[in-house]
Design a binder for this molecule. Sequence first.
Ligand SMILES: Cc1ncc(COP(=O)(O)O)c(C=O)c1O
Length: 386
Amino acid sequence: MKIPYGKQHITEEDIEAVVKTLKSDFLTQGPAVSDFEEAFSKVVGSKYAVAFNNATAALHLSYKILNRDSLKKVFVTPITFASSSNCVLFENGIVEFVDIDPLTYNIDINLMEEKLRKNPTDYQGMIIVDFAGLPLNTEAFRKLADKYNLWIIEDACHAIGGSYRNSKNEIIKCGSGIYSDLTVFSFHPVKHVATGEGGMVTTNNEEVYRHLMNLRSHGIQRDEKLFLEASHGGWYHEMQELGYNYRMPDINASLGSSQIKRINSNIEKRSSIAMKYKDSFKNLPITFQKYNEENVFNAYHLFVIETDNRKILYEFLKERSVYTQVHYLPVYWHPYYQSIGFKKGLCPVAENYYTKCLSIPMFHSMTDLEQGYVVDTIKDFFSSFL
Ligand SMILES: Cc1ncc(COP(=O)(O)O)c(C=O)c1O
């Protein structure tokens, strides 16, 4: 039995949906993309959704559109996939890493506020990540952002289906655009919804939505009403700004529409796996993300444990065919970030977390037998090694 930390879940219905597209007139962006965008915005409760060929492209254009002044800094958490901060560097912007909260592993809002109090005009925005699927309290981040005139990009690549209760006891879904200007999702195979490669941005801002639509397809405008010059005829289209080919193909979008129908059962299953893990490990020297479970609904993209014995546990599990992963090396520890001047020691909480964290298997199709094996193997490790 080989058990990965995460994997896609493909059903016969998914395969039929893709085959239908393969037999249709469109392979690249066509009607399946708009259908997926519509289904996605309904699930998260946003006005608009724009599909991309991956979340990195989606983050790039999100930053490009919101960027007001490349000399103003952008707050990013160091415990994330590199794309969350790379998107700022793509446009020669300036990243300021803010340490994480040791309980939630999410960016620490108090440290961000401290930096803003000291240098209130140095910053223009924040890219905040719902790490492992745990939604941030975007209401609080919005309050801070409004005070200092910052924009918010929420990287919710881990958190489709996540939500929390705000101060008025309303349920705020990740991607609803109520507090964040733009929210970005990924459909990489280990995520909740897999399209091979794929990403999505949701927003409630019509102007930003139209701009994203334009930039993802070469900056070319095909809507006659929006032409800058008089149309030459039915074939006419205009490139109005320097754009990209960041389009999602219909093949991927049809898989996404089929997958997203199962989002509720997917999240419920992940939640029950998490509960079983927490219960099984309660007497072991292991800690987990801590948060108010009554008010915050974790989407559990990952199940992260912290242990002082991370490296030997990783090897022990691997020898027994349980393939875990580490999320993440603090981004600025990567040699590229070191080469552009970031120094180790910048975010001590994140660095300490990195020495202990391990993502153990968590995926929709995980069987009780598989989870039982993971639990027993981890228990064996602690009884034989400690
Ligand atoms: C938090 C986070 N942001 C961004 C990305 C980039 O997503 P993609 O692989 O779709 O470009 C990922 C993917 O792993 C991620 O986990």
